[in-house]
Write a protein of this length. Structure first.
Ligand code: PAF
Length: 277
């Protein structure tokens, strides 16, 4: 496994791979990331990973400075998962003095976009840059960040980027909590309480399977469960169109159900796709 930190080094390494599966990450790798790396490797025969805590997708009050980092451990895990190339740039390498071009993906209706204004501008910008640097055949993202997946799909389509996207199912802990680097912030009590997210999503899936299509009734099902957990503070519960992310106001046969809940300073997100994709 080759570990490089400059764009010039990636450019020199890239021709060795006929096809390259790419997994962009912010590090502090967990089984969810590792499953994406294995998927990229299986699809392309070679896998690249970027580890970069991207400052432009954090608002000033968010957790950029304390975002968990452990590069030596990440490199061991990436290698064991089959990564061939790891790119670990500095912020200055990615955003040198004079950097001024940003990509605004629109999709303003998204619940996560509304909760984190500017976040997806940073994500779209860094992902477009990483695609330009790594020139992957395929890029693998986790469904846990559902709105991010919609944004990246739109980015690739709108800007004709020559990469195939692969969205992998959310990797979960044994009790159903979606794997996330931010889970490491949780106290034991908060960790136990966080299982309420998947309980609420599964309840909505069951009600949907039973025929309920009214978005407000589905939202209510989720909220009624979330509010029973005193350690969690609901940020949003949203039912949206799978492509436009517009909030659903009328019954629909398919929907993105997404939620964000705070446990102390830690904000967790999760989602379920209801109905046909
Ligand atoms: O999902 C993430 O970890 C980040 O948003 C990404 C895609 C690596 C861009 O910084």
């Amino acid at each position: 496994m080759q570990v490089v930190s400059t764009i010039a080094e990636v450019r020199a390494a890239r021709p060795a791979f006929a096809q390259l599966g790419f997994v962009p990450t912010m590090g502090f790798l967990h089984e969810g990331h590792l499953s994406l790396i294995r998927r990229a490797k299986a699809a392309c025969g070679a896998a690249a990973v970027s580890i970069f805590v991207n400052p432009t997708q954090f608002a000033p009050h968010e957790d950029l400075a304390r975002y968990p980092r452990n590069l030596p451990r990440d490199l061991e895990l990436a290698e064991a998962a089959g990564a061939d190339l790891v790119f670990t740039p500095t912020p200055e390498e990615m955003y040198p003095p004079g950097f001024s071009t940003f990509i605004d993906p629109g999709l303003a209706h998204g619940a996560e976009n509304a909760a984190r204004p500017g976040h997806f501008r940073g994500v779209a910008t860094v992902v477009a840059k990483l695609f330009g640097i790594m020139q992957p055949t395929l890029a693998v993202f986790g469904q846990k960040d559902a709105e991010q997946c919609v944004v990246i799909r739109k980015l690739v389509r709108d800007l004709d980027l020559p990469v195939t996207l692969d969205i992998a199912p959310t990797a979960r802990e044994a009790d159903g909590l979606a794997m996330s680097s931010r889970n490491s912030y949780l106290t034991p009590d908060q960790r136990a309480a966080a299982v309420v997210l998947i309980r609420a999503l599964r309840a909505a899936e069951a009600v949907f399977a039973g025929g309920e299509r009214d978005p407000e009734a589905l939202r209510r099902t989720v909220l009624d469960i979330l509010v029973q957990e005193p350690l969690g503070e609901v940020d949003y519960v949203a039912l949206a169109d799978l492509n436009s992310l517009e909030p659903l106001t009328a019954p629909a046969e398919a929907a993105l159900l997404s939620l964000a809940v705070r446990f102390g300073h830690t904000r967790l997100i999760d989602n379920a796709i209801l109905g046909a994709i």
